[in-house]
Design a protein around this ligand. Structure first.
Ligand SMILES: C[S@@+](CC[C@H](N)C(=O)[O-])C[C@H]1O[C@@H](n2cnc3c(N)ncnc32)[C@H](O)[C@@H]1O
Length: 231
């Protein structure tokens, strides 16, 4: 994508009422549309969604296909897609506006900063869809299912809240099996190394993201893990 096209999308994002941004780790201010500074930590339901429905996050949402599909299927649940890349979020946010999905919003930030923007027990469920596997061992702690990230998710997730990982990558899958099993506040409740070799146990597994479609074209097997927060 050309630089001008990207800049136009970044500029558009500032006018979207379904997008919030913070990409400066040294300055944890949340920017809403028209450059307004807001504080929605612990208040997403009441201040943004204006309801008391559950709140579900998709992390590393890219273009937000999962967030949109879940939001369309479940209008009584609030969904937020988080990613650091503005041009990708632009695509999801634009579709949400066109489809009038008022239960869908996006936050452009690094997931490392998630604790700055969500309050204690504010989140009901987390989806992590095809995250970068960071295959070099020296980068293990950048994997979104590594212990440092699980420690960030713990306070914001309700007791009984679920973390879902959908991935094509065998290294990330096995790594996550190990981190979930070793984590004293999680119970693994579902684990499949090839979800499409049998009828799907959950209808939402049918939704496919941009990256999932690429992996399927290459014949890769899709893996799915679910863990529940004990607290
Ligand atoms: C491989 S893409 C997957 C995107 C989407 N879930 C899909 O399946 O099409 C990984 C995404 O994770 C985002 N990402 C990686 N590390 C991140 C981080 N620490 N914080 C926020 N986003 C991150 C990237 O910007 C990218 O959009």
């Amino acid at each position: 994508m050309g630089r001008r096209n990207k800049l136009k999308k970044f500029n558009d994002l500032l006018s979207f009422t379904n997008v919030y941004e913070n990409y400066d780790p040294t300055n944890p201010r949340l920017i809403a549309n028209e450059n307004t500074v807001v504080d929605l930590k612990g208040k997403w339901r009441s201040e943004h969604f204006k309801n008391d429905n559950p709140l579900v996050l998709e992390l590393a949402c890219g273009r937000g296909e999962y967030t949109l599909a879940l939001g369309e299927a479940n209008p009584e649940i609030n969904y937020m897609g988080l990613d650091v890349k503005g041009a990708r979020i632009w695509q999801g946010a634009t579709r949400a506006i066109h489809q009038e999905l008022n239960n869908v919003a996006f936050l452009r930030t690094r997931i490392e900063q998630i604790g700055l923007f969500f309050g204690e027990n504010e989140v009901d469920e987390i989806w992590i869809t095809f995250p970068d596997p960071f295959l070099r061992e020296s980068k293990e702690n950048r994997r979104l299912t590594s212990q440092p990230f699980l420690d960030r998710f713990r306070p914001i997730l309700k007791a009984g809240g679920i973390i879902n990982l959908k991935t094509d990558d065998p290294t990330l899958y096995e790594f996550t099996q190990e981190t979930f099993a070793a984590c004293d506040f999680l119970d693994v409740i579902y684990d499949r190394d090839d979800i499409y070799n049998q009828p799907l146990d959950f209808p939402e597994l049918e939704y496919k993201t941009y990256y999932e479609n690429m992996h399927l074209e290459k014949g890769r097997k899709i893996k799915f893990l679910q863990a529940k927060l004990k607290k």
